[in-house]
Design a protein around this ligand. Structure first.
Ligand code: DDH
Length: 287
């Protein structure tokens, strides 16, 4: 995109693919970080940037990257996401033409694909906003709550029950950190590979309260090494949600298809793309 001394042309697919490759090649640069990949925390950054969207007012969403600023960065739900923003800062320095808002979403897309998930089509065009566009606290879900709360939060963004369950499959990735959310542990045995294991484990394992000083969470009876949040458990306590948990547990292809569609929708909430903006599918590095 950049010619000597200025912009030779607007950035193209190849320019964004170069950003994708840079992120992909760095995901596992630090063995000491969690399970060896920054992928999960980058997915969480993209989700928390997007999940502030309010359909009624058109505020929030990934267009703006307002989590760069306090108060939004200091909202309880965003604890720990500095690790993801800091990881991406050198990428922004190397490719200064990309907006933070596009970069954070591109990093989420890249991480899902590199962790062997489905292709997530990407459209560029998000613009960064200033601190005045920060959303009020309380727009992201509270892990201590159950189905009524989940519906309030996700219906506000414009999602239905099936989409709520499809999105939750992201918890196959990553883990909870006692110094971030207060919760602890991973949901699956392969937290750096996207699978439908979240649903399978939710249905197949026996879950009991974890006995500890921390917030109320569940552990699997067999190994006591996996966890579920109260908000995860609500997906099998509610009949309408459970129907979809069963569908996705039984069919990874269906999960991947629906996950790709719903994540694409999530990442584009409230983004005013220019007409005819192309949908790009990036080529994985870790194929
Ligand atoms: Fe989540 N999530 N999430 N989540 N999430 C946490 C971690 C991760 C909830 C609570 C938590 C989604 C939905 C919900 C990821 C992706 C997605 C943690 C632990 C809590 C708590 C944070 C920490 O301690 O580091 C709740 C509640 C909901 C809900 O009610 C639906 C969705 C929709 C996604 C998505 O990406 C589409 C990922 C990935 C992680 C792991 C992060 C990491 O650092 O590892």
């Amino acid at each position: 995109a950049v010619g000597g001394g200025g912009w030779s042309s607007p950035p193209k697919f190849e320019d964004y693919q170069a950003v994708y490759n840079e992120i992909a090649n760095r995901l596992e640069e630090n063995d000491e970080y969690d399970d060896g990949s920054y992928g999960p925390v980058l997915v969480r950054l993209a989700w928390h940037a997007s999940g502030t969207y309010d359909a009624a007012t058109g505020t929030g969403g990934s267009n703006g990257a307002t989590m760069r600023f306090a108060p939004e960065s200091a909202h309880g739900a965003n604890a720990g996401l500095k690790a993801a923003r800091d990881f991406l800062e050198p990428v922004k320095q190397k490719f200064p033409w990309i907006t933070y808002s596009d970069l954070w979403i591109l990093a989420g897309v890249c991480s899902i694909q590199e962790m062997l998930g489905p292709k997530i089509p990407f459209r560029a065009g998000r613009q960064d906003k200033d601190v005045a566009a920060c959303t009020p606290d309380g727009r992201l879900p509270d892990a201590a709550q159950a189905q009524d709360h989940l519906r309030n939060i996700f219906y506000r963004m414009g999602f239905n029950d099936q989409e709520i369950v499809a999105l939750a499959g992201a918890h196959a990735l990553g883990r909870c950190h006692s110094n971030r959310s207060g919760y602890s542990g991973p949901w699956t045995f392969s937290p750096t590979v996207l699978t439908n294991d979240f649903y399978k484990l939710l249905l197949d394992e026996k879950w009991q309260y974890k006995k500890w000083d921390g917030p109320k969470q569940y552990e699997d009876k067999k190994t006591k090494s996996l966890m579920m949040l109260p908000a995860d458990m609500a997906l099998v306590e509610d009949k309408k949600f459970k129907k979809w948990v069963k569908e996705y547990a039984a069919d990874n292809d269906l999960f991947f298809k629906d996950f790709s569609a719903v994540v694409t929708k999530l990442f584009e909430l409230g983004v005013p793309f220019k007409e005819n903006t192309e949908k790009w599918v990036f080529k994985p590095v870790n194929a």
